[in-house]
Write a protein that binds this ligand. Structure first.
Ligand code: AQP
Length: 338
């Protein structure tokens, strides 16, 4: 008899977040809360994408500290290291190795068409090859674990398509069987959370303007200040109009997701009241949602030996799966075994 908890029959899901800052409320709503919901039903691989962080210049000391902090944030938010495989990307050297094999099969023209590259390189003075070819690293991340499903937002669809095509290129040249074609997974609940200072752009953890995002480990005072000073419009009527009132629409979206009340219900509740009332109540809601996570995080950070132990166990579990895929790829590619 099999149950939904049987690893052998569960589909594999892979996802990760880049260590370019602390996880934001956007990462929590758009990604981690869905990852949590999936951990009972899928064989989940959640990783800390530190190699991806290197696509832009990083201070080595800050990067190392952030990696540990990120791991604690994953666990504090409720990802279960027993139930899932939670690991640091650079601890599994197979990621870099498979990337090289796949890079040697990726047409330059394909990477040139990536809209994310155009966006990410637009304001960068010296664009490096890593920023250009990181979708190949992303493909290796997915393919190493024989992932069936990959949660993707609109902005990542092109990258998943490349990954699927790379399996085809590999199979054509070397024969099928080593790599599995992944499918996109569109979460049932998902919202794109926008910047608090520029509601036309996504809330991003690497933003230079700290007021634009809420970090999941921000102190209550900071959260309240950021929400109260969030950019809205000069109107006073609370209604949902993303085109003309993107700032207010963003606050209503956050409120709706965290309170599990629909946006129309909230609009009705705030009829005849000012934006300030809504901001005050939302600040309280965000603080009460994030406080238990922050407290757990602060406690975990006092036990770094324990975190290291979890990290090592995660790396071992991940390597067990990744090394089998890589060995198969090396064999098919014609590399001489050691
Ligand atoms: N604002 C957001 N709203 C909803 N979902 C979001 N995600 C990120 N920002 C939002 C989702 O979080 C997952 C992990 O993303 P990531 O950390 O690898 O990279 P990202 O999408 O580029 O996130 P950031 O915070 O904007 O990072 P930086 O600043 O480094 O570029 C993904 O599933 C993403 O959709």
């Amino acid at each position: 008899m099999t149950s939904s908890n049987d690893t052998a029959t569960r589909k594999t899901i892979l996802s990760g977040s880049t260590t370019t800052g602390n996880l934001t409320l956007g990462n929590y709503i758009g990604a981690v809360s869905n990852w949590k919901a999936m951990q009972q039903d899928y064989d989940c691989f959640y990783f800390i994408a530190d190699l991806h962080a290197l696509t832009v210049a990083q201070d080595p000391v800050a990067l190392r500290e952030r990696c540990m902090s990120f791991y604690a944030q994953y666990i504090a938010l409720g990802l279960d290291p027993e139930e899932n495989t939670i690991f640091v990307q650079s601890h599994v050297h197979e990621h870099a190795e498979l990337t090289w094999i796949l890079t040697c099969m990726t047409p330059m023209g394909y990477l040139n068409r990536m809209t994310q590259f155009k966006d990410k390189s637009a304001n960068v003075k010296n664009v490096h090859a890593g920023l250009f070819s990181y979708p190949v690293l992303m493909a290796a991340d997915i393919l190493l674990y024989q992932a069936d499903l990959v949660p993707v937002g609109q902005d990542q669809k092109q990258h998943l398509e490349l990954c699927r095509d790379l399996v085809g290129y590999f199979d054509n040249r070397y024969g099928a069987g080593a790599l599995k074609v992944p499918e996109p997974y569109i979460p049932e609940v998902g919202a794109k959370i926008m910047s608090l200072t520029d509601p036309e752009s996504k809330m991003s953890k690497s933003s230079e303007n700290e007021k634009s995002y809420i970090s999941i480990i921000d102190q209550p005072k900071k959260i309240t200040k950021k929400i109260k000073s969030a950019v809205t419009d000069s109107d006073t009527v609370v209604n949902y109009d993303p085109e003309n009132k993107p700032g207010l629409a963003n606050l209503l979206t956050i409120y709706s997701v965290l309170s599990e009340k629909s946006v129309p219900t909230l609009v009705e509740e705030y009829e005849g009241r000012m934006y300030g009332h809504l901001k005050g109540d939302l600040a309280e809601l965000v603080v009460s949602t994030l406080t238990p996570y922050r407290e757990k995080y602060e406690d975990l950070m006092k036990h770094q030996d324990y975190l290291r132990q979890l990290m090592r166990a995660g790396a071992e579990k991940a390597t067990a799966r990744a090394s089998v895929t890589l060995a198969d790829v090396y064999e098919k590619t014609g590399l001489l075994p050691r």
